[in-house]
Design a binder for this molecule. Structure first.
Ligand code: SAH
Length: 238
């Protein structure tokens, strides 16, 4: 069944113009067809009453538990080209709650050339589509690009920095994630193509980021993000 993020008022669901177009013209929905509506982190069954103008009646709430038990924040340095599109899509599928972008020293993509407000709109669209497709009940928050020296602004109960010069075992990460209690949040920081400078790693450690390895091989930044979120979701849903 097709699923959309929408708003609900007085037992009727209202889709965005884009989703309305998708439902009517791409999915070619019919009268009396059921769809799933997500509103305020809850899932509802909706029935199409009328096509023109579109009217969707909310039938009932459906119980659904698809979100991770913990709030996970992905902090990722700016990457070149369209790599961040991929990261946003995959991180959303893997259950992340927020994605924060960081301008770091060795990033090939520089904050001043990044045109964040334009890109942010695009990332939010990608995240919404990925959340709908993966049947999530919330869309990750994506609205921050910070400088590396503003890293202290990120609030999480546990914080990790993926550093390829750690000991080559993912053990530390497994321990941190496995010991996380349900109400605690977790942030993971991934470096750019050129890696972190040592001074950046030291700074993150001074902010209580714990060093973690993602295994013996050097992963590309986008793989590192996907790998770490996969391990995190696997351990949290064990
Ligand atoms: N250019 C660097 C590697 C950067 S990889 C070099 O060649 O040494 C991009 C980012 O992915 C890194 O900053 C780190 O955060 C993460 N990463 C990749 N492989 C990793 C590994 N094996 N362990 C921990 N982090 C890793």
């Amino acid at each position: 069944m097709q699923r959309y993020f929408a708003s609900i008022r007085n037992n009727f669901a209202y889709l965005s113009k884009e989703d309305e177009h998708h439902l009517l013209n791409v999915m070619r929905a019919n009268k009396n067809e059921d769809i799933e509506i997500v509103f305020d982190n809850k899932l509802y069954l909706g029935r199409i009453n009328e096509l023109k103008p579109l009217s969707i009646k909310v039938v009932e709430e459906i119980k659904s538990e698809v979100e991770l038990p913990n709030k996970i924040i992905l902090i990722i340095c700016l990457l070149k080209g369209e790599k961040l599109d991929l990261v946003v899509q995959k991180a959303t599928e893997l259950g992340v709650s927020e994605i924060v972008f960081v301008a770091s020293k060795r990033a090939i993509s520089k904050a001043k050339d990044f045109n964040f407000s334009h890109k942010c709109e695009r990332y939010n669209k990608i995240a919404k589509e990925a959340a709908q497709q993966s049947h999530r009940l919330s869309v990750p928050v994506i609205n921050r690009l910070i400088d590396f020296n503003e890293l202290g602004e990120i609030v999480a109960d546990e914080k990790m920095i993926a550093y390829e010069k750690e000991d080559g075992k993912t053990e530390n990460m497994i321990n941190i994630v496995s010991n996380l209690s349900n109400d605690k949040s977790l942030a993971i920081l991934i470096g750019p193509e050129g890696g972190f400078e040592k001074s950046e790693v030291d700074y993150a450690v001074s902010l209580k980021f714990k060093l973690v390895s993602l295994g013996k091989r050097i992963l590309r930044a986008e793989t590192a993000a996907i790998y770490s979120l996969s391990v995190i979701s696997c351990l949290l849903e064990k």
